[in-house]
Each structure stands twice: as C-alpha cells, then as structure tokens.
Design a protein around this ligand. Structure first.
Ligand code: ZN
Length: 256
C-alpha cells in the first residue's frame, strides 16, 4: 500500500507528463490546420479553421479525460482503499466556450482602420504577424481547454469518492511563479472550497490523496515555499512579483 503521496511522486510526474505530451500532439495537429486559413479570404476561412480546431479539442479533450480516469483508478488501487468507485467522466466544455476562446485568439487578425483610436499596435502589424500571434494564442487556449478536462476529472472524482480526502497541485520545475505558489499549499482537503486555478499554457497536474495516505510536499515545492516565506510573504501587495524574483535569483525559474 502506498502510504505517502507527493506532488513530486513518480506517478504524479508521469501523469503530468502524459497530459503535457497529449496537448503537445494536439498543438502539432493544430499547426497542420493552419493551411485552412487563406490570408486573402479571412472572412470565409477563419470560421472553417475555428470549426476544425474545435473538433480537435473534442478529440484530445476526451483523450485527456480517459488518461486522467486511468491515472485516478491506478492511484486508488495503489492506495488499497476499500469499496468500488467509478470515476465520473465529465462532459466536454460547451461549444460556445471553445468558440469564444478561439474567437478571442483570432480577434486581431481582422483588418482595422489605422485612424481609429481604438485600434491597437498589435492590430496594425502585418497580416503574417497577426496570424502568427493568433495561432499562438489559439494553441494556448486549446491546451487549457483540453488539460482542464483531465484535471477536472481528478478533482470531481476526489469530490465524489468517499475514500478520497484531498487533492494537491503538481507543478513542473518549469512552471510559472503563480503555479509554483499554488503548489506549495500541498493537500487541499475536499471540504475546502478552493478552486483549481489554471491559465493558458498551464501543465499542472492534480494528485489525489486517499484515506490512510499522508501527503508530503516534494523537495522542490518545499524549497519554493521557503523562498516564498522568506522573500515574498512579508511584502503584502507585491508578493507574486517578489516570489518570481526570488525564484529567478535562486535558479528556480526557466530561462525564457
Ligand atoms: Zn500551472
């Protein structure tokens, strides 16, 4: 029986990487869809592209859900808790949510009037640059839509499973300061109402904790916690920025 779980444990890490690999494949597929956009016919071709991306999000979203369900079941077996449990499979996000995200991502590709004071610098870039930016934003939007489904499954399972007591956030070594800070909170008990906050491009995982198990922060999360306490916590109002700097100063931020 696995008595101790950690945000940095082998299976948590494997799960996080599997989900990350899945969204990487999706991004590769998305790049293949780019040829659907004809720059001279944006009005006609961008909506077709949005539809194609939505179909990809559907396919990869259900793959993310199955991966997460398999992971949860394996963790439950390893914890040797009693009783049967069926992992609830969540519904995919509503079509409008996907469409709205992709419309937001492509909002700067449309031709604007340069004399209109509402026109931004990004909207006046050459079309290729605007398309490039839109593609990047759309990839990040789609990645979150897919990864949130897998994360949602684990959290919902924890909520429904009488043998599960808590969940924890597993952040990668290359995660942003925001995610690292949330990861230092460790096990969030299911009666707490804390939400799992993710952002575009976030690859954090959710680790379930079962009855009889003890949660322990990984060494790296403990070090992030120490940096936060020492360099950021006393500076109310400026904590995230201070934390980001402390992480960078101590070699805990990826070089961008
Ligand atoms: Zn994250």
């Amino acid at each position: 029986m696995v008595r101790q779980v950690s945000d940095g444990g082998a299976s948590a890490d494997r799960n996080r990487r599997a989900q990350q690999g899945l969204t990487r494949l999706m991004v590769r597929d998305m790049r293949g869809l780019r040829r659907l956009i004809t720059p001279s016919r944006l009005q006609a071709t961008v909506p077709a592209w949005i539809e194609a991306v939505r179909a990809l999000v559907d396919v990869y979203g259900s793959a993310s859900v199955s991966l997460a369900a398999d992971y949860y079941e394996a963790e439950r077996v390893a914890a040797q808790v009693t009783g049967r449990f069926t992992v609830p499979l969540l519904n995919p996000p509503p079509e409008e949510q996907v469409d709205n995200g992709l419309r937001w991502a492509t909002k700067d590709v449309w031709e604007r009037n340069p004399d209109d004071p509402a026109t931004t610098a990004a909207q006046l870039e050459p079309l290729e640059v605007r398309l490039e930016q839109a593609e990047k934003k759309a990839e990040a939007v789609a990645q979150k839509l897919v990864a949130d489904q897998g994360r949602g499954v684990v959290r919902e399972a924890v909520r429904q499973d009488r043998q599960a007591v808590a969940w924890a956030r597993a952040a990668a070594l290359g995660a942003c300061a925001f995610c690292k800070l949330l990861a230092t909170r460790g096990a969030v008990y299911k009666q707490d109402t804390a939400d799992f906050r993710s952002h575009d491009g976030c690859h954090c995982g959710v680790v379930p904790v079962f009855r009889g198990q003890r949660f322990e922060l990984s060494d790296h999360a403990r070090e992030w916690e120490r940096l936060y306490r020492e360099f950021a916590a006393p500076h109310s109002g400026d904590q995230l920025r201070r934390f980001r700097r402390a992480l960078a100063d101590h070699g805990h931020m990826p070089v961008l």
